[in-house]
Design a protein around this ligand. Sequence first.
Ligand SMILES: [Zn+2]
Length: 201
Amino acid sequence: MPDPFSDLAQELARLPGFGRRSAERAALALVGRGAAAITPLVEALVAARDGLDSCRRCGAVMPRGGELCRICSDPGRDAGLVLVVEDPGDILAIERSGAFRGQYHALRALVSPQAGTSAADTTIPALESRAASGAVREIVLALPTDVEGDANAAYIRERLRKAAPSVRVSRLAWGLPADSAVRYSDPLTLRRAIAGRQTTD
Ligand SMILES: [Zn+2]
């Protein structure tokens, strides 16, 4: 017997930030509000499925059909300054802060022996080529400041040192001891962290 309610709750529970209970609450809210709430959501999902793509250069979400996103194709942005984030959601957070006029590079995943991800599952090789192209003078690592983020920052710095020795590699200055991440930070914190970024040694 089909059970549309548990199917809906199960799909919602796959999303980041949703546990089983919050997925059920969201499903109940949608069902309770009826077609007026569900139809626009269905339409937005279909439009996202059919109309969105990732930027070939930085990985940001963009409308399907072009090669490069709005940021990568903007001549007013500094292409020599590239800020490296874990995922495209971090790009949205930094853009909202208005603190950065360079371009981005989303890794999609971090290298993690526990999760079974290697450098090949990330865009680190593409970052190396980008750094070695001669168009980049500084790479700012804006990865989370936890054990995994720190390990990835050190690993990427080593690879960049070999692939592009003349490129400066810096990290955000959070002003906090540990567990900072772009996506959990307010615009003021992000502005300070970017302005105070420090070269790694
Ligand atoms: Zn882009």
